[in-house]
Design a protein around this ligand. Structure first.
Ligand SMILES: [Zn+2]
Length: 769
């Protein structure tokens, strides 16, 4: 049934126009089906909004829109929490911020800006982490509703648990590109945020990354995890991608799987300050990584029986065979030459160039302005005059960027070497990774990427769209108003689609009841498949309790014995004992923790408690289960799901790093709920939580700074089996009625994507022990 569009005027104005939202629109009972809401006096509703105390978590892309819409709707009592400071890249859509605010706390600047819109509002800003113990149950308990505009899974899980414990309704949200959703979580009445499985970071088989890449993403992951981490990250940390022992005097990580045992100095990634110039160092590293290592790989004959053999690259050969457009013929090959820049930053920076508009641009000025893509100032590409970030560099240009970025790191940022982690906002780091990935891609006959595209993949970026954030923020307020008016029956999960189905850009569905198998709100036990003879307690705590369950301050029990806890008030002897326990294998405890044993995990702050049954298992798939730990239960993959094949990257990341999943594909990809999250390698869980899925199906999301983290998910509205034997719930007719008609009504030519709700899949099976 189509509802007259005017009925939804409030929705449309709030959601689409944002700034034009007004209490009149909202409180004329026009923002939800008349049956549910019309009976209530608009003045009463306005009063409820004015009296309500709301907590906003996150003051980024969604947060800015949300705060504005809240104050213009009539909300007066608002507290907001955000731990970030403002970056230049935020300014294109986080419209409460200006360039002069760069470096200042988002929460505080957002508050000041919102007060200009509504001076009589009472807004309290917290520049802090929402996990800070000061935000305890008493703090959460004082709010009428909590609204999330967060960018990571851990914080979302934390807020979900706090809201459950404090019995405060939570309105959760997320956007990724054109996609977004708002979900409502009310204790006992609807599912909690953790009732449904969330996508975990994507993992690539180690051997594919280290030896047989076949896609650009393999090269980018490799560049981040191997050369970048080895050169600039923490020294001596064993890396899953270590092909050979990189040891010098045993100082570096020993890899039991390594076969070669070369310890020659020439394998070292260290810069020999005494005897080597930074330029010679960069060349040596280049030859080592793209030449020598590839030669070594070629020795593994079996690998190349059915594959194209990679081409080793040496600097000398690149210069010899490179194109004729090289501006830097300054004999970069001459190692005896004094250490002058190949295409030095100073020289390059002084060079004037004329950009497309005809204006003369001085690189030095540009850098010092900290504007545009070079906001961190130091840029190899800028110093080399490679200004078009969307252009794919040639082999020679990639070589130059690699050498120059390495040299700049060594000379200009030496204090950071040894403690760097990859950051998508670090220009030099992105340039290094792009060049390294492209050089490897060249070797292996894979297409190279522009810096823009490589950055999108390396940072798991889906570019944020301000309009989506505005729509979602409007929908958060609408759902919150229903909650505040005790109209929880009228609350909906609402989805913003990229490809409108049946001409609907926005779709809604009824809330689902709590999942009786949820380990959070229904306290159902989880099962952990592990090799009790080899797995240490520390491994279980770090990889499962902290990373998968997102428990910050865990207490772990076996029966009534405390095996581990953290806290400032522990005795020294206790700290020592717990440290020793971390090193013990599960079978070393007395009595041993073995098949059928239960561990209990508690977090006092979150008021969280769950039991994990151990299921002893000795055989794991090294590629698919590199941690040798498989967590099973609602919200986590079943063993069967873990074994499913990868979904091709093209489905996840489009040509410009955008999310390309269509609703129909999302439906089909239901089984793949854990397959399309950010990249990671082997057991390196570098991106845990940087992406996630929404409950209810679609996509999800992360509203990040200037981009949104990639994520994916279950089917749209894919209904889950609540209990064994229960059949799938068909799409609710009500849900269809409630579909809001928005814009695009004349786009009949647009293919109607399949209506969500079809082709959904059952949950991973729950295994009770
Ligand atoms: Zn739950």
């Amino acid at each position: 049934m189509h509802v007259p569009s005017q009925v939804y005027r409030g929705d449309r104005h709030v959601a689409i126009a944002g700034l034009r939202a007004s209490p009149q629109h909202l409180f004329q009972g026009k923002w939800v089906t008349g049956k549910c809401m019309a009976a209530m006096d608009p003045r009463v509703q306005l009063q409820k909004a004015q009296d309500a105390k709301v907590l906003m978590v996150g003051a980024g892309g969604i947060g800015c829109e949300l705060l504005k819409t809240l104050v213009l709707t009539g909300f007066r009592h608002i507290e907001l929490i955000d731990m970030d400071t403002i970056e230049i890249s935020n300014l294109n859509r986080q419209f409460l911020f200006r360039q002069r605010h760069v470096g200042k706390p988002k929460a505080e600047v957002a508050r000041e800006a919102a007060l200009k819109l509504r001076p009589d509002a009472k807004i309290v800003a917290h520049h802090a982490n929402v996990k800070d113990p000061k935000f305890n149950l008493d703090f959460f308990g004082k709010f009428s509703v909590v609204m999330n505009g967060l960018d990571n899974l851990e914080a979302r899980r934390h807020v979900n648990r706090m809201c459950l414990a404090a019995n405060v309704p939570l309105v959760e949200s997320g956007t990724t590109g054109y996609l977004g959703q708002v979900t409502v979580h009310i204790k006992g009445k609807s599912e909690c945020y953790e009732c449904k499985a969330k996508a975990m970071p994507k993992s690539y088989p180690t051997c594919t990354i280290t030896n047989t890449p076949s896609k650009p993403v393999h090269c980018i992951v490799w560049a981040k995890e191997l050369p970048f981490a080895k050169l600039f990250g923490e020294r001596g940390v064993a890396n899953d991608l270590d092909i050979r022992v990189m040891a010098e005097g045993g100082g570096a990580g020993e890899d039991a799987r390594s076969e070669g045992h070369e310890t020659e100095e020439k394998y070292s990634y260290e810069w020999c300050k005494e005897s080597e110039t930074s330029r010679a160092f960069a060349r040596r590293i280049f030859d080592r990584i793209f030449g020598f290592n590839v030669m070594k790989t070629l020795e593994m004959d079996d690998l190349w029986k059915n594959r194209r053999r990679p081409t080793p690259l040496y600097v000398k050969d690149v210069w010899a065979g490179a194109g004729e457009d090289d501006e830097c013929r300054g004999d970069p090959d001459d190692t005896a030459e004094p250490d002058v820049e190949i295409c030095g930053a100073e020289r390059g920076a002084k060079r004037q160039r004329v950009d497309e508009s005809g204006a003369s641009v001085n690189h030095t000025e540009r850098d010092s302005m900290a504007a545009g893509p070079w906001e961190r100032g130091l840029s190899a590409a800028a110093s080399l005059g490679l200004m078009d970030l969307q252009k794919v560099w040639s082999l020679k240009e990639n070589t130059r960027v690699f050498l120059e970025s390495l040299r700049l790191f060594v000379e200009k940022r030496p204090e950071e070497i040894g403690c760097l982690t990859f950051d998508k906002d670090d220009t030099l780091a992105v340039e290094f990774v792009t060049a390294a990935a492209n050089l490897r891609a060249f070797s292996f006959g894979i297409s190279m990427q522009s810096l823009f595209d490589a950055k999108g993949v390396a940072g798991n970026i889906v570019h944020a769209i301000a309009t989506t954030n505005a729509i979602i923020a409007g929908l958060i307020v609408l759902e919150s108003l229903k909650v505040l008016n005790d109209q929880t029956d009228a609350c909906r999960e609402v989805f913003c689609l990229e490809h409108p189905a049946k001409k609907k850009l926005i779709m809604s569905a009824e809330l689902e009841m709590p999942n009786v198998n949820c380990y959070v709100c229904s306290k159902k036990p989880l099962t952990l498949e592990a090799d009790a003879q080899h797995t240490t307690l520390g491994c279980v705590i770090n990889k499962i309790v902290r990373k998968r369950l997102c428990v910050d301050s865990p207490m772990v029990f076996a029966g009534d014995r405390i095996l581990y806890e953290v806290g400032d008030d522990l005795e020294e002897s206790e700290v020592k004992m717990y440290e020793q326990n971390l090193k013990k294998r599960l079978c070393d405890f007395d009595p041993p923790i073995s098949n059928g044993s239960a561990l209990t995990v508690e977090d006092l702050q979150q008021d969280f408690k769950c039991n994990i049954f151990i299921k002893h298992r000795e055989d794991f798939d090294e590629e698919r289960e590199p941690d040798r730990l498989v967590l099973i239960g609602s919200g986590f993959a079943s063993a069967e799901t873990v074994a499913k094949k990868e979904v091709s990257e093209s489905k996840v990341i489009g040509e410009n790093g955008q999310h390309n999943v269509k609703p129909s594909e999302v439906s089909q990809a239901t089984k793949a709920s854990s397959e399309t999250a950010p990249t990671r390698v082997g057991a390196e869980d570098s991106n845990c939580g940087d992406a996630q899925t929404c409950s209810g199906g679609v996509v999800v999301i992360e509203e990040d700074d200037d981009e949104v983290m990639e994520a994916t998910t279950e089917s749209m509205l894919g209904k889950r089996k609540r209990e064994e034997g229960e059949t799938e719930r068909p799409p609710s007719p009500k849900a269809e009625e409630e579909v809001v008609e928005v814009l695009l009504s004349d786009t009949a030519a647009r293919k109607a994507s399949s209506m969500p709700g079809k082709g959904s899949e059952a949950d991973p099976e729950i295994i009770d022990v």
